[in-house]
Design a protein around this ligand. Structure first.
Ligand SMILES: [Mg+2]
Length: 331
């Protein structure tokens, strides 16, 4: 069934129980849920990291703390919002040292300070495996006509260009290096490992994108092809991506040159933003941005839900690794 099939089944049940609410703007199936409270537009998202499933058992607790905040902030960034308050739930196996939990909270605090939010409550439960869940609330702005300024997965139009911030594949490469104990042997290794341990969500770019009129985005958590696939499904369009346009870091090209393209296309956990809008809009955003924004393809009417990756000769590439599906994969 997989993670996405399961989400669809459970969403069908949840929607039966949902009374039609005039305040709900975006329900299940986007990076955040969105609703209106008076003059405010609120966003909500949640993510969990389980030891041995979402992070290596030897990952420093401070980095786990940073990352659980960063991955949630990334979902708020993908809607063009601003994070405000979080609730953290910890699952603790017997005998977990207090010092580890303090480190975890120091990492949480570091990320909260960087991204301007606060953890204001939560819960602690006994569990077989250590885990941390963060539920995060944020807000979106209203435009001059009181309409919420949001980026959703369903707002792509045929002919729109597809762009991505930063570089792709570094986090997945860093995970490979950490698993094989190769990290920290060179500055490149160190950079890739750090990208995996300390993702930097694109909060500022998300906010600027929505301000200049971009209305469709997603963050890259499962892998570029899979995440662009979510946009295609929601927008009922096909995406064409060009392999030679995918932004690769010099470190990735040096360390894992053969796997670089596959890691960039489907590695996952990049926490970059995919932005979909008219090409001139993305070009203007790119030229005024400190972080690189690269146009990597376009949306077409084509076959709704389909993503094709083409090489420089226009031939379609097929990758065996289809992006991450968290219920199937484990470390
Ligand atoms: Mg997301």
């Amino acid at each position: 069934l997989g993670e996405f099939g399961l989400i669809e089944r459970l969403a069908a049940i949840a929607q039966q129980g949902q009374k039609a609410s005039p305040h709900l703007i975006v329900g299940i199936g986007d990076d955040c849920a969105v609703w209106r409270v008076g003059d405010w537009v609120q966003l909500a998202t949640t993510d969990t990291m389980v030891a041995g499933v979402h992070f290596l058992p030897n990952m420093p607790w401070r980095d786990v703390g940073w990352k659980i905040v960063a991955v949630n902030v990334s979902d708020i960034a993908a809607m063009g919002g601003t994070p405000s308050y979080g609730l953290a739930t910890l699952g603790l196996p017997p005998g977990m040292p207090i010092a580890a939990l303090e480190e975890l909270y120091e990492g949480i605090n570091e990320a909260c300070t960087s991204y301007g939010l606060a953890v204001v409550g939560g819960d602690i439960v006994k569990a077989d495996q250590a885990f941390v869940t963060l539920a995060l609330i944020g807000e979106a702005a209203l435009d001059a006509s009181e309409q919420p300024m949001l980026m959703t997965r369903s707002a792509a139009k045929a002919g729109d260009a597809i762009a991505v911030t930063g570089c792709l594949g570094d986090s997945a490469a860093g995970l490979e290096l950490l698993k094989t104990g190769r990290a920290k042997e060179s500055p490149d290794d160190d950079y890739l490992a750090r990208t995996h341990l300390r993702p930097q969500p694109r909060l500022e770019i998300g906010r600027r994108a929505v301000q200049v009129g971009v209305r469709c985005a997603i963050d890259v958590s499962d892998g570029l092809l899979q995440d662009v696939g979510h946009v295609c499904k929601a927008s009922k369009l096909e995406a064409r991506l060009y392999s030679e346009k995918l932004p690769l870091s010099p470190a990735l090209k040096r360390i894992l040159s053969e796997e670089a393209l596959s890691l960039a296309a489907s590695g996952g956990e990049d926490y970059e933003l995919v932005l979909v809008a008219a090409r001139p809009l993305l070009e203007a955003l790119s030229s005024s941005s400190e972080v690189s924004i690269t146009i990597i393809g376009e949306m077409t009417a084509g076959t709704p839900g389909r993503v094709s990756l083409l090489n420089a000769r226009g031939e379609e590439l097929t990758l065996t690794m289809g992006g991450w599906d968290h219920l199937r994969g484990s470390l």
